[in-house]
Design a protein around this ligand. Sequence first.
Ligand SMILES: NC(=O)c1ccc[n+]([C@@H]2O[C@H](COP(=O)([O-])OP(=O)(O)OC[C@H]3O[C@@H](n4cnc5c(N)ncnc54)[C@H](OP(=O)(O)O)[C@@H]3O)[C@@H](O)[C@H]2O)c1
Length: 335
Amino acid sequence: MGEFINPANVPKVTLYTGEQIPCVGMGTFGSDRFTPEEVSSAVAGAIRCGYRLFDCAACYGNEDQIGKVFQDAFEEGVVDRKELFIMTKVWNDMHERVEESCKKSILDLQCGYIDLFFIHWPFPNYHAPHCNADSRNPDSRPFSTDEFIRTYRQCEALLEKGLIRNIGISNMTIPKLEAVLPLMKVMPVACEMELHPCFQQQELFDYLVAHKIQPVGFMPLGSPQRPERDMCQEDIADLQQPEMKKIAEAHGCHPALISLKWARQRGQIPIPFSIYEAEYVSNLRAMTEDPLTEDEMKTIATLERNNRLVKGQVFLWEGASDWHALWDEDGYIVK
Ligand SMILES: NC(=O)c1ccc[n+]([C@@H]2O[C@H](COP(=O)([O-])OP(=O)(O)OC[C@H]3O[C@@H](n4cnc5c(N)ncnc54)[C@H](OP(=O)(O)O)[C@@H]3O)[C@@H](O)[C@H]2O)c1
């Protein structure tokens, strides 16, 4: 058996409900590179090394394999269901059938209920798996508050039925939050968003914290192996920044771990992905030792470069100018 990091020693983050959850989780999106079996074997290893938080999604196409791994771990007595915090998401093509999607995830993941259920994207715009970045679905349309709230109400109903314990939102902007938060009966506990040293989304981050919504940071390492459709020439490699390398040298570790330490100390929950045991173990261990200094935190704060990697081109509607239209950059919802 490999290294075990006692989950009790992994720092916790407190949600507005008072519940404490681990400050780091494991991502499970194989980026079209890794098979469901490779990803689920990593989840099996991660549970045994002490991970308790997992970020899944219906659209990652591997929930049934991950479910087998969860079931084995429960049966073998490695972990109890209630010790795990399992997150998943409803995909864009199921916004009108949220309960069906949730029940399928619960069945596939063999976990009885979902701890945190996200609306993956704030609109129902669907794209076929593996499609290229220029493809447009003629049914795609701009964000609609009414449509979003219709989807959110279905999540609120899932809470009442006990199928989920918390609701989350993802890929949101401040203008969209301003439109929808006043209409919610139950506030979301978390917002999953892209966060890495060269893309810090400070304004949105502060807005969420002010509204007691916990930021969960996806692509915390700048996703060096993301699918080709999410790669552009102007993208910056976060971990290659000289400042990141220098801080990593001072700590005698890979810049990936510096990025995760920064994330934790700033207050977001990073959900790094790796199928390699040495990497995912070191990602968890990094949370328990050798924090960054205040000066190092300040240096990383200067690395903001507006380096958005998931631009979302494939969700654009006919007539939309370009991907910037998805992110309401001028302070209003682009229609
Ligand atoms: N809500 C959303 O819309 C959304 C969008 C994207 C992602 N996500 C979630 O966020 C998770 C993480 O994002 P991501 O997987 O794209 O990117 P990421 O975690 O930033 O990067 C993953 C890559 O970093 C490398 N890596 C991991 N640990 C390392 C270490 N200790 N040292 C060196 N390299 C290391 C691995 O590359 P090698 O394989 O080469 O080792 C791995 O493939 C996903 O799995 C998914 O759960 C959510």
